[in-house]
Ligand binder design. Sequence first.
Ligand SMILES: [Fe+2]
Length: 389
Amino acid sequence: MFKSQGIGKCYNDKGEKPTKGKFNRFDHLTLWVGNAKQAASFYCTRMGFEPVAYRGLETGSRKVAAHVVRQNQIVLVLMSAYEPYNEEMGDHLVKHGDGVKDVAFNVDDLEHIVSRAKERGAKLVRDVWEEKDENGSVRFAVIQTYGDTTHTFVERGNYQGVFLPGYSKAIYEDPLLPKLPVANISFIDHVVGNQPDLEMEDVAKWYETTLMFHRFWSVDDSQIHTEFSALRSIVMANWDETIKMPINEPAPGKKKSQIQEYVDYYGGAGVQHVALNSSDIIAAVKALKERGTQFLQVPKSYYVKLRESLQDSKVKISEDLDTLEALDILIDYDDNGYLLQIFTKPVQDRPTLFFEVIQRHNHNGFGAGNFKALFEAFEGEQDKRGNLN
Ligand SMILES: [Fe+2]
């Protein structure tokens, strides 16, 4: 058996770094939505993505329409069913509403990753297959993770096409997009999965056992709580720490945790938020606000406390604090560095999926110092929805 060394890397049977089966990065996220065409337009106009690829009736895809949008290395695939009574996608939509169905990883040595995962009890949704077109071939496999969410492993080799085999270039251009301010967000920093109460630990173990991810960071409810509610979180990462998957669960409090609110509305475990990494969060957030992206507002008291505590800190924030405050950007720091982060409101009617924009300055945390302020902001919204009780 492999060795898991607590908060540390997972080694192979001989106590070495695994030499086979490499996870490189997030490849893309697939969202199953009620209307992929309109959802793609939302992500482009509001959040700064551009249409890049498409498959649908015009390209010979008879059952599913897929619109692919991209912003630098961030790729989202919006998917909807064409036909009445598409049971799998229909049931998913009724149960979960719009949401992230699949988190795809770009990998090397797909066979090894799949056989290792199978050996260790992973549920295979679809075994290894290959697709090809004139631009090359790509190999895939799909396994089940938490809730109805899946992971697709994608081995691209030297595939040269616009996205994946079967996709054409996007079939429309949006004349509005060139007129909008550029957000220029770079890559997916982390993807967070919410679990029902007391399921976090098993899910974290699943990532250790089947994917050989390791525990990168964790917090418990003694660290993250408000007067009313609390959460626990364990961040799982691949060997190279290029893929980070925080796993949350609610913890008991006086009132309903926002994690529990998510689980209630999503109908179980699922992706809560996707954090997008920017090297210039001020420019990114200004652009997104001009585009009409709605962010959570931060209580003024947060910045009063922050200014006080920064006076005693070794860390120097190079951005202007007034600008950060005006934009509702949060700061978390230690002696060696800091991060800037901001959270959108849910991007659909159900209070489920939302996005984060994050900029890191020598800081690998996830904003634990902000969770309290953030929870209070969340709870303000939750209360407006009648779900803080
Ligand atoms: Fe996050």
